[in-house]
Design a protein around this ligand. Structure first.
Ligand code: BGC
Length: 255
């Protein structure tokens, strides 16, 4: 991996859009991480414009990877839980490619975070079933079987006590409902126990925005499965998106 070089990742979240160059040998950001609030009007044209702006501000000229809070198959967006519904059915790879003028690969945000954790972080070298969860605006999931991604698992939308699980246990719900950390952790634990019952994972990686403050909640969890905090914290999405960017000959790498 030493000569893997630098790639570029964009992480589109329900709340913020983040972009940075990434060192593919280590997964570390290789430049400033720029962040822009996700526009309320999060339509394809609007978000493509913001992505182009982030790429321009970094003076990046090569291919990029973009991850989004949606099911993505063959570059097409299939769902839109936390962004504008007009994304459904849109060829995201095409719209980004046309807007920035370079090749683009698009994948689900939690799949990207999971890929980064499995490559450089908390899941490195781990076999069996590993589930990487991101606790942010929603709950995202990246599931791996012997290191191979099962894309678009969407485990944040499992039904829990009659609710969409992420509406009970996402990090945004803690703030929305004014819950204390203990109260929120109890909900997360309940959710994790449900996951453990269904999938018997060997390891659950806890990521997303909430992984920046693990001392507040992680010790309170006991779902009957090994837990580990994401090593790349909230940058895992950017890093995984960069990892998924189309490969090009090094001369055209852009930096
Ligand atoms: C979306 C997922 C996404 C997760 C985290 C959910 O609402 O359905 O696709 O991975 O939020 O952003």
């Amino acid at each position: 991996m030493e000569s893997a070089g630098i790639s570029f990742g964009v992480d589109i979240g329900g709340t913020g859009m983040k972009a940075a160059p990434v060192d593919l040998a280590t997964g570390a950001l290789a430049g400033d991480r720029l962040r822009i609030d996700t526009p309320r009007d999060s339509t394809p044209e609007r978000l493509a414009g913001v992505v182009a702006d982030l790429v321009r501000r970094h003076r990046w000229a090569g291919p990029i990877g973009v991850c989004m809070p949606t099911v993505v198959t063959h570059g097409m967006v299939r769902t839109a839980a936390n962004i504008d519904e007009s994304w459904i059915g849109v060829d995201a790879e095409q719209i980004f490619r046309e807007t920035i003028g370079a090749p683009v690969n698009v994948l689900n945000d939690a799949d990207a975070a999971g890929l980064a954790e499995m490559t450089w972080g908390a899941g490195r070298g781990r076999d069996g079933i590993v589930i990487c969860l991101t606790f942010g605006t929603g709950i995202g999931s990246g599931m791996f079987v012997d290191g191979v991604l099962v894309p678009n698992t969407e485990l944040g939308h499992l039904e829990l006590d009659g609710y969409d699980a992420e509406k009970r246990a996402a990090a945004s719900v803690r703030r929305r409902d004014g819950l204390g950390w203990a109260e929120w952790a109890e909900r997360v634990d309940h959710y994790l126990r449900h996951l453990v019952t269904l999938f018997s994972p060997e390891l659950i990686i806890l990521g997303g925005g909430a992984s920046k403050r693990p001392d507040k909640w992680v010790d309170r969890l006991d779902p009957g499965c090994e837990l580990v905090v994401a090593a790349l914290a909230n940058d895992a999405g950017i890093a995984g998106a960069a990892l998924a960017a189309p490969l090009v000959p090094s001369a055209a790498d852009g930096q």
